[in-house]
Design a protein around this ligand. Structure first.
Ligand code: GLN
Length: 312
C-alpha cells in the first residue's frame, strides 16, 4: 500500500516536473503545435466517485492529437463491432507513428488503430454513410459527453495547420485507398481525421473522459454505460501494446499501464479498477511521446503501487 496520499503524490510529482530542465522537443511538423510553450505540465487523476485530483496546468486546453484515437476506436467498434478487425490489425507495429513501410507488405491493412494509417482507416469507417461535418460533430459530442463538459472544442487553427502540412498522412491515405482499404474520398477522411486530432481539452476533462476504461466500460460516478466490460478490456489491451507506437514496450516497462499518447504532449493512462489519469507536457521524446508525461506516470505508478504488473 502507498505510504502517502494520492493528493500528496500528485502535488509532489507536479513540483518535481516543474523543476526539471529536460523537457523534450515540441512537435514542429504541425506548425501550430510548434508555438506551444514547453514549460507547461499538468496531471489529473479521475476517481470512481467523480472527483479529480489535479496539479499543475490542469485547466489549460491542449491539442489531444492521437489521444483522440482511443475514442474514435471506441466509436467505430460501436458501429462495426468485431468486423472492424478486418480493416485494421491489432499488433504493435514497432515503427514510427507515421510509418508507411508495413502497408506495402500487408495489402494496405494497417497494423493497429493507433498508428496514423490505422487511425485514418478508423476515421473512414466512422465517416461511411455520413457527411464529414456530421461524423466530426458525432466525435466531438462523444468527447463532451464523456468529459461531462461542453467546453471541449476543436481548435480550428491546429486543424488548418495540419491540413496545410499533412503530406505524409495524405500519402498514407492514398496508399490505403489504392488497396481498396479506404471507402470514402481521401480528402473527406483526412478532413475529419485532422479535425478530431485537433480536439482541445484540459487534463481534468481528459482524465474524466477515460473513466469508463478503468471501470469495466461504465462511469461509476454518472452511471453512464459506454461500452461492455469485454470491450473496455480489449481497448485497454490495444492501448498497452500499441498506444505509444515504437515506444510501447518502454512505456509498459517503465509505467505498466495501458496508455495512449499524442504529439500535443498528452497521455491518457488507465489504472483498471482505480483511476483514469491524464498528463500533459508538450515536449516529446524521440518516439513522439511526451517526455515528462511518461516520467510523471512512471513515478505515479511506482509511488501508488498502480502498475498492472504488480506493486514494486
Ligand atoms: N495529427 C497527428 C498526425 O497525424 C497525430 C499524431 C500523433 O499524435 N502521434 O501526425
Amino acid at each position: 500500500m502507498p505510504s502517502q496520499s494520492l493528493e500528496t503524490v500528485v502535488a509532489e510529482i507536479a513540483a518535481e516536473m516543474a523543476a526539471r530542465p529536460d523537457r523534450g522537443q515540441v512537435a514542429t511538423y504541425i506548425p501550430e503545435l510548434g508555438r506551444v510553450d514547453p514549460n507547461q505540465f499538468a496531471i489529473a487523476v479521475a476517481l470512481p466517485d467523480g472527483s479529480v485530483v489535479c496539479a499543475g496546468d490542469c485547466a489549460t486546453f491542449f491539442s489531444i492529437q492521437s489521444v483522440s484515437k482511443v475514442f474514435t476506436l471506441t466509436l467505430a467498434l460501436g458501429l462495426a463491432g468485431d468486423r472492424l478487425w478486418n480493416r485494421v490489425g491489432r499488433e504493435p507495429s514497432g515503427s514510427r507513428f507515421n510509418s508507411i513501410v508495413q502497408l506495402e507488405h500487408e495489402r494496405g491493412i494497417p497494423r493497429n488503430p493507433f498508428i496514423n494509417a490505422g487511425a485514418i482507416a478508423i476515421t473512414d469507417l466512422i465517416l461511411s454513410g455520413h457527411k464529414p461535418r456530421e461524423a466530426l460533430a458525432e466525435i466531438l459530442r462523444f468527447m463532451q459527453f464523456l468529459a461531462d463538459d461542453d467546453s471541449v472544442y476543436i481548435d480550428q487553427a491546429v486543424a488548418a495547420s495540419e491540413e496545410r502540412t499533412g503530406f505524409n498522412n495524405r500519402a498514407l491515405a492514398n496508399f490505403m485507398k489504392g488497396f481498396g482499404v479506404i471507402e470514402n474520398p481521401v480528402e473527406y477522411v483526412l478532413g475529419v481525421y485532422f479535425h478530431h486530432c485537433a480536439i482541445a481539452m484540459t487534463c481534468r476533462q481528459l482524465a474524466k473522459a477515460g473513466t469508463f476504461l478503468a471501470h469495466l466500460g461504465k462511469n461509476p460516478a454518472t452511471g453512464n454505460s459506454v461500452v461492455t466490460a469485454e470491450r473496455a478490456k480489449r481497448i485497454n489491451a490495444v492501448m498497452l501494446t500499441c498506444g505509444h507506437y515504437d515506444g510501447s514496450g518502454e512505456f509498459a516497462y517503465r509505467v505498466g499501464l495501458p496508455g495512449k499518447s499524442g504529439v500535443g504532449g498528452g497521455i491518457l493512462a488507465v489504472v483498471p479498477g482505480k483511476a483514469s489519469v491524464a498528463v500533459w507536457s508538450p515536449g516529446l521524446d524521440a518516439s513522439g511521446n511526451s517526455h515528462l508525461g511518461r516520467i510523471a506516470l512512471e513515478r505515479l505508478t511506482a509511488r501508488m503501487g498502480w502498475s498492472i504488473f504488480g506493486a514494486p
